[in-house]
Design a protein around this ligand. Structure first.
Ligand SMILES: Cc1ncc(COP(=O)(O)O)c(C=O)c1O
Length: 385
């Protein structure tokens, strides 16, 4: 009999490098594959904020599916209004207006398009090693995309890539021609690489000085992952546009763009749109995810346990840590892929990153100390070099 990977290969484009596991069930922080129970510290690329099969999510999904499965934005719905209320409350101060879409790339695409439209400018600055998605504008600002997969003959605007943590480069690259700077405060795919506070503030200041919009991509860092509702809350900056996806509905496709009053006042009918964005199932789940994060004090859990990992994790092949909260890069002395595979042999799933020496942790926010203890003990068993 074919396994799922062979079966997929029959009619799916072979665009993904896949792990040697084929989970069929999942509950809490565990994936079931045949007789194996695999501790998932990768959370489906930061999506499974509440883990798997969370009772509140299942209840919400079931109730909403039975009440109103789908209607588009052609009609107003209380469930959408409540999701937007919850998200605007959860978002950093000053970001009060929400547009729902379906993926991180889609909200970044819209954020960049709005920036060009509202400023009338045609350059965008981004940060080297950042990732923002696989559409025309989001891909244009994703480091390395044009060499690897982009494919379009031109980008929609000129792009200036800024060296990470180099203040002088901010001054060079952010000008009166810059429509926006887009950045991840902690670069996810790059391995949980934290941009430093001085650099982040230099960017925010340059945007304010030059009249460029500040777009903070919180697709990976948002929804409590960094120990606050959004990573923005860690830096005392004021984005004009914040984008969020992945964890926002805990595994149901959803994304949002959140803007200030000033930006909202310049947006009108027809400027943004989506058939599925703001659908009732996604919206009901957005509210549930936020409610559970707050009710169960999951951001506190992230803060406490990330401290525990930071204290105990430089162990075995791990030399040092980077990142924030539950978006952590473990810098290894050995190739990350080897460490990832050895952990998977021990039934612990972690991710890799574009840094060949960094394994990435993106665990569900419900992960407990005992789970990290198991990771630490397993790392201690692995060869150091
Ligand atoms: C920071 C960041 N922005 C944008 C994206 C794109 O999101 P999506 O895959 O939902 O389009 C990702 C996906 O990994 C991401 O990590």
């Amino acid at each position: 009999m074919m396994n799922a990977r062979e079966h997929e290969a029959q009619h799916l484009l072979k665009v993904y490098g896949q792990l040697p596991i084929e989970p069929t069930h999942a509950k809490g922080v565990y994936l079931t594959y045949e007789s194996r129970q695999i501790l998932d510290l990768y959370g489906g690329h930061a999506v499974a904020a509440l883990g798997y099969g969370h009772p509140d999510m299942l209840k919400t999904l079931n109730e909403q599916a039975q009440t109103l499965f789908f209607q588009s934005n052609a009609v107003a719905m209380e469930v959408r209004a409540e999701a937007a209320d919850a998200l605007a409350d959860f978002a950093p101060a000053g970001l009060n207006h929400v547009f729902f879409a379906n993926s991180g790339a889609e909200v970044n695409e819209n954020a960049l398009r709005l920036a060009c439209k509202l400023t009338g400018r045609s350059r965008v600055a981004a940060i080297k090693h950042g990732f923002h998605g696989r559409t025309a504008a989001a891909g244009a600002v994703s480091w390395g995309a044009r060499d690897k997969w982009y494919g379009f003959p031109n980008t929609p605007f000129e792009v200036d890539f800024i060296d990470r943590n180099v203040l002088a480069d901010v001054t060079d690259k952010v000008s009166y021609e810059t429509a926006a700077v887009i950045l991840e405060l902690v670069q996810g795919l790059a391995g949980g690489f934290d941009l430093n506070s001085a650099f982040i503030h230099a960017i925010a200041d340059a945007c304010a000085d030059k009249g460029a919009l500040l777009i903070v991509d919180e697709v990976q860092t948002g929804m409590g992952r960094c120990g606050q509702a959004f990573a923005t809350d860690l830096y005392n900056i004021k984005p004009d546009i914040l984008t969020v996806a992945k964890s926002i509905a805990g595994g149901f496709p959803c994304a949002a763009l959140i803007v200030t009053d000033a930006i909202a006042s310049e947006i009108g009918p027809g400027d943004l749109g989506s058939t599925f964005g703001g659908g009732p199932l996604a919206c009901a789940l957005v509210k549930t995810v936020i409610d559970v994060i707050e009710r169960d004090q999951l951001m506190r859990n992230v803060r406490v346990l990330s401290g525990y990992i930071e204290e105990n994790c430089p162990v075995g092949p791990v030399d040092r840590l980077q990142g924030k909260g539950f978006l952590l890069g473990l810098k290894c002395r050995r190739p990350a892929i080897e460490v990832r595979n050895e952990l998977l042999d021990r039934n612990i799933l972690v991710g890799t990153s574009t840094d060949p020496h960094v394994i990435r942790l993106l665990p569900p926010l419900i992960t407990e100390e005992k789970h990290f203890t198991r990771l630490i003990e397993s790392l201690a068993e692995l060869p150091e070099i």
